[in-house]
Design a protein around this ligand. Sequence first.
Ligand SMILES: Cc1cc2nc3c(=O)[nH]c(=O)nc-3n(C[C@H](O)[C@H](O)[C@H](O)COP(=O)(O)O)c2cc1C
Length: 201
Amino acid sequence: MSELNKKQRWVVGITGASGSIYGIRLIETLLTANIDVHMVISNAGWRVLHEELGWNSTDREGIVKEKFGSYPGACIYHPVADIGASIASGSFQVEGMIIAPCSMGTLSAVAHGSSSNLMTRAADVMLKEGRPLVLVPRETPLHAIHLENMLKLSRLGVKMIPAMPAFYFQPQSMDDLINFVVGKVLDSIRIDHHLFKRWEG
Ligand SMILES: Cc1cc2nc3c(=O)[nH]c(=O)nc-3n(C[C@H](O)[C@H](O)[C@H](O)COP(=O)(O)O)c2cc1C
């Protein structure tokens, strides 16, 4: 980011892994903090948003505007097939990218540099430009290919934050569990938040 443009811009991807609420809560928190979000949702991500949160995916731009149109930060929606979007280029300045939740399919595509859609291309741009890339993988059980892909990306500096909420802070609700995972993502990119109470010993 240039000194003239101090407003942060993050890319957030939502894939077809279970836990689309993690991506939604993350976007809400970034927008509330007056951070602009460039959002990309895979086709499977739209399907899971429908299954888990009842989102109607027939008017994708419309629902994004309805859900995210009235925050301090701007939410810019990019169709996953639009490989000509701004975020497909390293010359477009963003702080980094978070994929939450991240499916094993997208994890594999990122680990192998396939760049076959805007989600995996934008992630590839983060890797080639040396920008932060945070993945929130969700699957269970994990087999050796999943684990090898995670190790490969971790060795490249990708932050792996599995959707694994903790219980030592005595969560009282599902919101507490969601906020814990989202809070860990924000910690990893050094964005201040009050999503969970910190352990003080
Ligand atoms: C309701 C539902 C839940 C799913 N949960 C997961 C999951 O937790 N992890 C995962 O890797 N895939 C999960 N999948 C499968 C992925 O959506 C599927 O592999 C898809 O091709 C991933 O595509 P994407 O990476 O482009 O989003 C789920 C699918 C559905 C319909």
